[in-house]
Design a protein around this ligand. Structure first.
Ligand code: F6P
Length: 382
């Protein structure tokens, strides 16, 4: 049984990180008589002079509703190899971190992060430092877990934005486009688009054509609905085009998607002649208080992570499966990105309720007055 464990938060912040820290400290200290050392600024805090501090009950008081992470977080940094460089160039960095961990008397690490951070965690575990992963990301794109904490709060924020865009769109007879995050997956766009009653949802998993989107907008106008709401995931791509980036990134900085909303706005105005506006929701989806579900999930993940660690498990990640928290190998969770199944139930439900995904095949459907079911797995509503 460990006497002293560390906790690290890495990658982009997500609502619920502090709730995990609180649950880990309470469970480890109270139930297992462990000391908990908080590592600041992700794995970077284990290098050089190190930046760590003991976390006590007093440190986690009032943390449940607080956004961000009291430990700070970092993307990539010194743990990424420069482009083209051999991964072994990082051996010294890992060695330095592990020596520092040993010097600090930390026997195991709880690592809260997304795919990138958990990849580093798995490497530490392979090198002999026992690691327990906790899945975090607003994108909900980690495999092996039905949900990650942070996603539900991002969804609430995106849905509220869509509700608000509805009234202004309707008043001005405009098209309003909401660009949401999600990296290479469309979970936030799909869920919020359904919850917020969007007319068009554009996601990376389903290529779209601007003509099809324009036809959907025009067909709504023709039927007397003179406004339209479009939610577009930052990674969505027009067929035959490339994803749009704000910044292509480098070895030390992750690439940043963004710009597809404005692209759609310009093209849609050209094609329909209709006044169109674009709102980029950005980091509002990540900042601030976690909602009730994320507080609960983050707390359950944190407590279960300590219990599994205390039982001797390591190299695994806590995961939500069929409403229960289980553990799965970190290597499996990061092997593939969890994408929206393009022919899955939720996409079908969206289509059945009149939402367009802008796919080129749908274009013809918008022009039909009556429902058709001519195209494979696409139900068209007039
Ligand atoms: O992975 C979380 C996320 O918010 C993505 O949805 C988004 O693409 C990215 O991080 C933004 O990163 P940054 O905070 O570096 O701008």
């Amino acid at each position: 049984m460990y006497k002293r464990i560390g906790i690290i938060t890495g990658g982009g912040d997500a609502p619920g990180l502090n709730a995990v820290i609180r649950a880990v400290v309470k469970t480890a200290v109270c139930e297992h008589a462990m000391e908990v050392i908080g590592v600041e600024d992700g794995f970077e805090g284990l290098l050089g002079e190190t930046r760590t501090r003991e976390l006590t009950f007093a440190d986690v008081r009032g943390l449940l509703p607080r956004g961000g992470t009291i430990l700070g977080t970092r993307n990539r940094g010194k743990f990424s190899a420069p482009a083209g460089a051999d991964k072994s160039s990082l051996d010294d960095v890992y060695r330095e971190a592990i020596e520092n961990v040993e010097r600090l008397g930390i026997e195991g690490l709880i690592v809260v992060g997304g795919e990138g951070t958990l990849g580093l965690a798995a490497q530490f575990d392979r090198l002999g430092l026992p690691v327990m992963g906790v899945p975090k990301t607003i994108d909900n794109d980690l495999a092996c877990t039905e949900l990650t904490f942070g996603f539900a709060t991002a969804l609430d924020i995106a849905t509220e934005a869509l509700d608000r865009l509805h009234t202004t769109a309707e008043s001005h007879d405009r098209v309003m486009i909401l660009e949401v995050m999600g990296r290479h997956t469309g979970w936030i766009a799909l869920h919020s688009g359904i919850a917020g009653g969007a007319d068009v949802i554009l996601i990376p998993e389903i290529g779209f054509s601007m003509e099809s989107v324009a036809e959907k907008v025009t067909s709504r106008d023709q039927s007397g609905s003179n406004f339209s709401i479009i939610v577009v995931a930052e990674g969505a791509t027009e067929v035959g085009h490339e994803q749009i980036y704000q910044d292509k990134g480098d070895a030390y900085h992750a690439a940043r998607l963004g710009g597809i909303g404005v692209y759609c706005r310009v093209k849609l105005e050209e094609l329909t002649g209709k006044e169109t506006r674009c709102v980029v929701l950005g980091h509002l989806q990540r900042g601030g208080r976690p909602n009730a579900f994320d507080r609960m999930l983050a707390t359950n993940f944190g407590a279960c992570a300590v219990r599994a660690f205390a039982k001797g498990e390591h190299g695994v990640m806590v995961a939500l499966q069929a409403a229960d928290v289980v553990t799965v190998p970190i290597s499996e969770a990061i092997a593939n990105t969890k994408i929206v199944p393009p022919n899955g139930q939720l996409v079908q439900t969206a289509r059945d309720t009149g939402i367009s995904f802008g796919s080129p095949q749908e274009a013809k459907c918008h022009l039909q007055a009556e429902p058709l079911d001519v195209f494979t797995s696409i139900q068209c509503k007039g």
